[in-house]
Design a protein around this ligand. Sequence first.
Ligand SMILES: [Zn+2]
Length: 262
Amino acid sequence: MAGIFKRLGQRIFRWLDGEPLPLPEWQPGWSDYLQDKVVFYRTLTDADKETFEYRVRHFLATTAVEGGIQVRVTDEDRLLVAASAIIPVWAFPDWHYFNVRSVFLLPGLFNARFECGEKDSLISGMVGTGPMAGKLALSKPHLHAGFDNARDKQNVGIHEFAHLVDGADGSLDGFPERMESYRVSEPWFALVKHKVEEIEKKHTGISDYATVNHAEFFAVASEYFFERPELMQKKHPQLYQWLSEFYHINLAEQYRSARRSH
Ligand SMILES: [Zn+2]
């Protein structure tokens, strides 16, 4: 009897703990899809692509991708959600998003009550808080648009996972302590202040949304960094330097060397 309870207890514990489900089988066509849609994946070596695919499977085994009303979740949706999650933490092979358990796809822009088609339905992605903690909501068409256009420095999937990286230390404050536990944040926030003033004064190529608060600055800058690292290095070298250090990746160099080898 005790054994049964022990086994049952372990199962419940594993369920609560988010123990990975069996890894999903890699399907024919998935690599081609990533190759076609995800610039970051294209810049990886063959060996790294294999690692990326393993991490996609692992992510999908630990995170449910669900559809709200009027959304049928496809393999393509799952792959893009997983890519959005893995790209920011690529240099952290053991990273696990303990702060998200499921991703909810909606059929378009939504409001704070997750309703589409209302006047205030202006949100394309949102990290859940309070009773919605552990959930991430994304507009399915905007998730796809983020990858379809790889030049506009906008990618809502990466934006939202950058928030989860920032929030992994317990506070969504625009400074990812998890990545930089030994660094002081003052010089970063001094740069953010300077950049916000610049964005307010002139055209910088950085979305105005970055001026909303520190957390949005970090997420918007992350979108730009992961989509156009070489442009950021040229136009905003200090910002590029900081993000390279946060994310432990010299992405502009990765993009350049991928081009040289093709
Ligand atoms: Zn945001």
